[in-house]
Design a protein around this ligand. Sequence first.
Ligand code: NAP
Length: 285
Amino acid sequence: MKGYLGFFMLVAALTAYMWRDTFDPESVRGARVLITGASSGIGEQMAYHYAKFGAQIVITARRVNALKTVVQKCEKLGAQKVMYVPGDMSDPADPERVFKYAVENLGGLDFLVLNHVGNMNIELWNGDADHVRSLMQVNFVSFVQMAAAAFPVLETSGGSIIVVSSLAGKLASPFVAPYTSTKFAMNGFFGALQNELAIKKSNVSVSILILGLIDTEAAMNKIKGFNTMTAYPASEAALSIIKAGATRQKEAYYPWFHYFTCLINNIFPFGKDILLSSLSAENKE
Ligand code: NAP
């Protein structure tokens, strides 16, 4: 018994050490940052945090008016520089065009924050393969295109790619099959890249963020009528993403306990049925 207690205390101490907050806000002051999907939700909140830290920011999404509003707020919050460039990531030409705009206007890049997400409904898969294909372009292929354009630039600055993923990229989630598949693709691709960068001893880091349910307007509207998990604040999620990127963590979880959700799911695969039952069709009000 004493042996088990000692083991668990050791694991707890190691975990606390691993997750201690080593973030220095000075590390992002003046940093050149491109944030995708920043007209609303978590991307918008990231823009505000980077602005408060005095970063130089380019934001992108499709809605120009919403981008302009975010730019104005970032200026007030203390961004050294802030610009927007409209872009539609369903258009295969736009990831590179948007990236070029950011690099030319910032004079290089330190952080590429890949955060945008295409539209999807919460429903049983309806057999629409075209939707899966188009969502793959927006949620995954455009991330890869931007990363491809970014590597030579980030190698010069010793910069970072921050990839906003989801618990749905770790647990095959019913009702969001197209979305979950794009997030699995994302975790697989950028996880493989992390390993290749380690082999190459590259100075570029890739951070993958695994998020649970976050209280953005879009997410809250989608889950209306479903009995589901607690939603956590978008502003806190945004800050945890920035910290993970700045401290070059390979994988980080927000809220933190989803690390254990994934761990437990791997050890006891049947346990996920309990978690997912909260999303079951019977629970729809
Ligand atoms: P959101 O509020 O819906 O914001 C999505 C952003 O992506 C918006 O700025 C939107 O702007 C942009 N966007 C959508 N389609 C686009 C397109 N075709 N081209 C360019 N930009 C496009 O989403 P969120 O809840 O903040 O989620 C942000 C990230 O967190 C996503 O990667 C999501 O998967 C992840 N995440 C969220 C949750 C959650 O519960 N909220 C949970 C886990 C993971 P425009 O409409 O102006 O283009």
